[in-house]
Design a protein around this ligand. Sequence first.
Ligand code: UGA
Ligand code: MN
Length: 244
Amino acid sequence: PMVYAVTPTYTRYVQKAELTRISQTLALVPNVHWVLVEDSDEKTDLVRNLVSESNLLVTHLAAKTPTYEKLGEKDPRWKKHRGVEQRNAGLKWIRANLDPNKDKGVVFFMDDDNTYSVKLFKEIAKVKKVGVWPVGLVGGLNAEAPIIDQQTGKVSGYRSGWKADRPFAIDMAGFAINLELILAKPHAEFSYKMEKGYQESEFLSYFTTKDELEPLADNCTKVYVWHTRTEKPTVKGIIKGLEV
Ligand code: UGA
Ligand code: MN
């Protein structure tokens, strides 16, 4: 199957560094189609050049977050949803261009700031409906992870540092959905109306129940993705002519 990795990205000092890391991870992954969506009115040259140098199979799109939904410079990050417009644009492209009879694949939401092991993509390729796995360094824990019932082998709950009682207490980096399901539920998308922190949970609710989740990464005992965050650099001077 093809892994469709949908990545929202936006202009800031660390963008090129983030996209370099992500694209060079994807270069080690067979059968991946990168759906890269810029948070801007138009595609930028920086991202266009990075894409063309990458030699990856890429669909490059742009979808700007409406101004009233955008975080201000000083706002704490939980104040607004991030990546909504871009993931929805990715979903729209997937639904308009892929055919359930011909295209076999799995859809994964791959934020540009996390750190991904190539091992994760082998797990994603196994997803029949909805697969889940642990995510490192998130929610105030060393890792968040689905809890597996040893008797049934199914997910019975979640270890999460934050609202563990959410229907699916999973970070965006902790699940993937089979393309067939994505295409079968054309109205499922992300929304600004969702409660803060409930994007993942509400989106997953369109597709599955806890009972059906497929635990991956060695029964959810291995961490293959980390919710890293790049420090915002303090830039006090600009050297002209250097693209960073
Ligand atoms: C956490 C989750 O890991 C995100 O997947 C989720 O979207 C977010 O919370 C949320 O609740 O909205 P966090 O690390 O705080 O994420 O979010 P960011 O990494 O800052 O943003 C997620 C994605 O959206 C990134 O790929 C980022 O490049 C993109 N983004 C962020 C934009 O496209 N535009 C922005 O203005 C901000
Ligand atoms: Mn992030």
